[in-house]
Write a protein that binds this ligand. Structure first.
Ligand SMILES: Cc1cc2nc3c(=O)[nH]c(=O)nc-3n(C[C@H](O)[C@H](O)[C@H](O)COP(=O)(O)OP(=O)(O)OC[C@H]3O[C@@H](n4cnc5c(N)ncnc54)[C@H](O)[C@@H]3O)c2cc1C
Length: 481
């Protein structure tokens, strides 16, 4: 849909997108392709280096994200697919070492190849596309945070401020105000969001931010891994210890792997070991010996000296994603999931697609389109987070349903859908449709299991009546005589 380059006759004179991450930049490109002009993107952090820079592959710079079929479809619609995949590595499957040390290679059976790129490099490619193709329509400003947002009769008043990595919005240096007809909040899952905060606070918006306590938290550190030339470069290498420390490695275009070591923050003993060069080296020797020949000493040292990052906790925006025709939220700002199944940026770009479809239907009139977008997408944001949260439990909520789904789907594929993880990768299914379909599957599975158990119980009763009971009765009578 986004590929048509329709022009919105009712496009507003200007707009501001708060957040220059993958969502904000994709949104800016989509709007520019619809004839919108004066689109300002505000990003509170500094501009990332060029996408060709030799810094990429530096594991401490940015983690890798996997672009699935969902995300790739939107990139094609936006006309930036070729530019993005030019900087990606292809991943065709996995090589996993279980706690017993035996490696297992599995190639994925998908209709597309997963493309992998560092998150900040992805941002860099999108900015370069903007500079090349949409310079007259989009301006991206760095070191500019939106520190305050107010919706009024004359438009949205946004206050700009300068703040860096550890920015406290309240203390940010004021740089002036901008009044715009419409603002898009693509601020990600941060403590620094001004638009989300205002929409949550403002009683006139139906927006309700739901944040779940992090019941299964993980922190991580990154390390580069130099695969030898005879090893496949198109696999997701992974290993884990019996105590649950995991090392997940994804390739870069240059052939280096970026390893992410995930650990439970309450496992203080391991966290301390990972923060000292000698003990970290011993930890690799003991638990991840398969990676040791491919790791340089200086990288062990910088990993030990680096700080831990936390994986986000689950959250979503409930009920409404808009403030009339003046504001809408999208991306991680409305649905934050842990990155185990690669749904973050991919679902964020689908938000952009749904937003632009709503704008197309209203010919760019935001007062009609933004409520429409909210109605179409809020249920998906909730369903995505609810489904992902169910994976974050243990055996009963994650492994068992996958096993049950796989058995039923194998026996009766015409009646039962594949497991939830497989369905989440299929872009023709919206998240709310998957949630509903899975509910139906569970109901039917329950009915089949109950019917089977009743039939077995009934048969056992009949057998008892026919054979066991007469035998017992005869024995009793004989005993009595
Ligand atoms: C370790 C890890 C691995 C991941 N792997 C995957 C994966 O394989 N596949 C996948 O799909 N997703 C993955 N994700 C998730 C993915 O990174 C996010 O879903 C994606 O970056 C969301 O994009 P966004 O633009 O919505 O938010 P962000 O990337 O968070 O960008 C938001 C931007 O807004 C800026 N900002 C915030 N507040 C303000 C403000 N007040 N003013 C101005 N600017 C502001 C921030 O500085 C930031 O640059 C992973 C995440 C992590 C942490």
């Amino acid at each position: 849909v986004l590929a048509d380059d329709k022009t919105h006759a009712n496009a507003p004179a200007s707009s501001v997108i708060v957040g220059g991450g993958p969502t904000g930049l994709a949104c800016a490109i989509a709007l520019a392709r619809r004839g919108w002009g004066n689109i300002e993107v505000w990003e509170r952090l500094a501009k990332p280096p060029s996408s060709d820079s030799s810094v990429w592959g530096d594991a401490s710079r940015s983690y890798n994200v996997g672009l699935s079929g969902r995300g790739q479809a939107v990139l094609k619609d936006l006309g930036v697919f070729d530019a993005v995949i030019d900087k990606c590595a292809v991943v065709k499957g996995r090589m996993d070492w279980g706690p017993n040390g035996e490696p297992k290679e599995r190639l994925a059976n998908k209709t597309y190849d997963t493309q992998v790129i560092q998150r900040d490099r992805l941002v860099s490619v999108l900015v370069e596309e903007i500079e090349k193709k949409y310079a007259g329509k989009i301006s991206v400003s760095y070191d500019v945070a939106c520190v305050d947002c107010e919706f009024g009769a004359d438009g949205v008043t946004l206050e700009r401020g300068a703040c860096g990595e550890n920015c406290d919005l309240a203390a940010a240096r004021a740089q002036g105000k901008t009044v715009t007809p419409v603002v898009f909040g693509a601020e990600g899952n941060t403590m620094h969001s001004a638009v989300v905060r205002e929409m949550d606070r403002n009683a006139a918006c139906g927006v309700k931010v739901i944040k779940f306590p992090n019941t299964n938290p993980r922190v991580y550190k990154t390390i580069p891994i130099h695969l030898p030339s005879d090893m496949r470069k198109d696999l997701n290498y992974s290993a884990r210890t019996k105590a649950g420390v995991a090392l997940e490695c994804l390739p870069t275009k240059e052939g280096l792997l970026i390893g992410i070591m995930l650990v439970k923050p309450e496992d203080e003993e391991t966290c301390v070991k990972l923060s000292n060069k000698e003990s970290l080296k011993t930890f690799f020797d003991e638990h991840f010996p398969m990676f040791v020949p491919w790791i340089k000493d200086e990288d062990i040292e910088s990993m030990a000296n680096s700080k831990f990052f936390g994986l986000p906790s689950f959250g979503y925006v409930d009920k409404s994603l808009n403030m009339g025709g003046q504001g809408a939220l999208l991306g991680d700002a409305i649905h934050t999931v842990k990155p185990y199944f690669g749904l973050g940026v991919n679902s964020a770009w689908e938000d952009v697609k749904v937003l632009v479809e709503a704008l197309d239907d209203a010919n760019g009139d935001t007062s009609v389109a933004l409520p429409h977008y909210s109605k179409k997408r809020a249920a998906d944001a909730k369903a995505l987070v609810d489904l992902s949260r169910s994976f974050d439990g243990g055996f009963m909520t994650f492994v068992l349903p996958l096993i049950v789904d796989s058995i039923f789907n194998k026996v009766a594929p015409w009646l039962f859908m594949p497991n939830t993880i497989q369905m989440l990768q299929r872009e023709e299914w919206s998240f709310s449709a998957i949630a509903k379909r899975k509910w139906l599957d569970r109901f039917m599975q329950g009915t089949v299991i109950m019917s089977f158990m009743s039939a077995v119980g009934y048969a056992a009763l009949q057998l008892t009546r026919q054979y066991v009971w007469p035998f017992v009765a005869r024995a009793l009578l004989r005993g009595g005589a």
